[in-house]
Design a protein around this ligand. Sequence first.
Ligand code: ZN
Length: 240
Amino acid sequence: MGAPLYRDTGVVLRTYKLGEADRIVVVLTQHHGKIRAVAKGVRKTMSKFGARLEPLSHVQLLLYQGRELDIISQAESVGSLAPLVGDLDHLTNGLAIVEAVDQMTPDREPVGHLYRMLVGALRTVAERSGPLVVPAFYWKLLAAEGVRPELDECVRCGVAEGLVAIDVVEGGVLCRSCRTGVPVSAEALEVMRMILGGRLNEALDLPASRVTHEVTAHATRALEHHLERCLRTVAMFETG
Ligand SMILES: [Zn+2]
């Protein structure tokens, strides 16, 4: 009985070495979630896969299903996210985005919405640089995971004025009397509202400044907090 074959389209998140010539490729697929598959002979110069299985590659795959690792039989490029690789800024942004998605996604659990977000984000990355491309994606990703930060009123007392702090543990902004977490400037708060409130392009057009720097720091902190919480939950289930 041969292993079942299946087809899917996906984005390569990361690869690592397996033995002398092979590579394990971690792919977020459209229909099968995140999979790990072996690309045999990929590290030989004459590999039939060529450069199609590098991180950020968008590929159509034919795979043999295995117990833990699938095996890639064919890989064809889909369209092109190629501009990404030609420019260091774009490449760095693209890699930050696939890393966040990789960390946030469990294996073999269909996450069609994340796949679509990822492809959309990589198109954005290919077309534009700018300081907020990656942090904006982090905020969108968190919102898609159900942890959209409260930005309009104090998470403790509900006042809408004088919001001066943001706390990732509390899940949003706080007023002067309730403040915990770290300070947030009114300008940074406004930019975060742009990103999460349907004015993404406006935010992406902003040049680098103290404010974009601050928004980046808040986004990174929020993402890290969420990932740590996910990891703790996993550990709890595994030991429990
Ligand atoms: Zn308050």
